[in-house]
Design a protein around this ligand. Structure first.
Ligand SMILES: *Cc1c(COP(=O)(O)O)cnc(C)c1O
Length: 377
């Protein structure tokens, strides 16, 4: 019987160790594993780049949480994204969203295009735009929903259906929603990508990435080859830390999401705020799509544009005291960031936009901190 996700989060990838009775998994630091007398590998492990007990535990847990057939863990979210793009061939065409994690955009534009991949960026809030961008050589549609940093929503099931008709692979960067709120494989996509650095890790102390596939077939085999031959695999300790964080994932994500939703309404009503980007607000253009494809909330990320200039936004970020002014997201502590300045000179992000990663602090304290910082401008 399929267990509830809270139970899966606690037990997936874990088993009492037969040799010692250890309830918590040990960390296997060994990079190499002994062969038997006949030269065979009796313990199945050979060399840690190809497989390691801690990575195996993490991968099986990630596959179960996303409802996939297999998972491949990488050293970072970017390494996972790159591994998927590296399974494509020169001359293939990909469709990406106009608004997405800037690292993914730069990977496609600065590296993959140089290797002969063709790419088009479309506004995926409208399914028709995706349909129109399909070419005979389109091999992959890369979706991010909600997007970073504009919280745009793409209709995942609709795009996956179009892709399937055209024999095109679909992948969703599910970093912001997590499988607690959104399960893209159940919506018909082929691959889910995670920066496990964010909510899976949850404590801003470990870097990681993963790809979870719907079927353990040809694609899974090439992604394992990418682990082995490109080598961007996570260290055993990093896998251990990530597995350690999984049991609290459902609780953390739900609590952080509940606070974020209330902050979105608070900021939306604030006289110093021009606009709030949060898919849970009824004014969000794809609020209905988000409500259909997400369960239990709209996530713990939001962004807002202050009235004024880039300097006004910078001043708000400088004046918060409880919220930390730093990049990244998904940790237990709330973070605020002026996005355009980290995305670089070609960033399409408005320079009055601040992104907020809502942590586990009490709502009243967060609200008071933001109120105080907004009062200074
Ligand atoms: C952080 C992030 C990434 C990149 O992951 P790293 O672990 O930093 O390499 C990709 N996509 C999204 C949505 C992210 O937030």
């Amino acid at each position: 019987m399929m267990k509830h996700i809270e139970t899966v989060a606690v037990h997936a990838g874990r088993a009492v160790e037969p040799g010692t009775g250890a309830v918590t998994p040990s960390i296997t630091m060994s990079t190499t594993f002994e062969r038997g007398r006949s030269g065979n590998y009796s313990h199945e492990f050979v060399y840690t780049r190809s497989e390691n007990p801690n990575r195996q535990r993490l991968e099986s847990a990630l596959a179960m949480l996303e409802g996939g057939a297999a998972a491949m863990a990488y050293a970072s979210g970017m390494a996972a994204t790159a591994a998927l793009f590296q399974t494509l061939r020169t001359g293939d065409h990909v469709i990406i969203p106009t608004d997405l994690y800037h690292g993914s955009r730069d990977l496609v534009n600065q590296i993959m295009q140089r290797w002969g991949l063709a790419a088009d960026a479309v506004d995926m809030r409208y399914v028709d735009n995706v349909q129109r961008a399909i070419r005979p050589n389109t091999r992959l549609i890369w979706i991010e929903s909600p997007t970073n940093p504009s919280l745009n929503i793409a209709d995942i099931a609709a795009i996956a259906a179009i892709a399937r008709q055209n024999d095109i692979l679909t992948a969703v960067d599910n970093t912001w929603a997590t499988p607690i709120l959104q399960q893209p494989l159940a919506l018909g996509v082929d691959v889910v990508m995670h920066s496990t650095t964010k909510y899976f890790g949850g404590h801003s102390d470990v870097l990681g990435g993963a790809l979870i596939v719907a079927e353990d077939g040809e694609l899974a085999a090439s992604l394992r080859t990418m682990q082995l031959l490109v080598g961007g695999v996570p260290a055993p300790f990093d896998c251990w830390l990530l597995l350690r964080s999984l049991p609290t994932l459902p609780l953390r994500v739900r609590a952080q999401t509940a606070t974020a939703a209330r902050l979105a309404y608070f900021l939306d009503a604030h006289p110093k705020v021009q606009r709030v980007h949060y898919p849970g607000l009824p004014t969000h253009i794809n609020n209905d799509v988000a409500a259909r494809q997400m369960q239990g909330g709209f996530g713990a990320m939001l962004s807002f544009e202050v009235i004024g200039s880039a300097e006004t936004a910078m001043q708000v970020a400088a004046n918060v005291q409880l919220v930390t002014r730093a990049t990244s997201l998904g940790g237990v502590e709330s973070l605020i960031e002026h996005r355009a300045s980290i995305e670089g000179p070609h960033s399409p992000t408005p320079d009055t936009l601040l992104r907020l990663s809502v942590g586990l602090e009490h709502i009243d304290d967060l609200m008071a901190d933001l109120e105080m910082a907004l009062a200074t401008v």
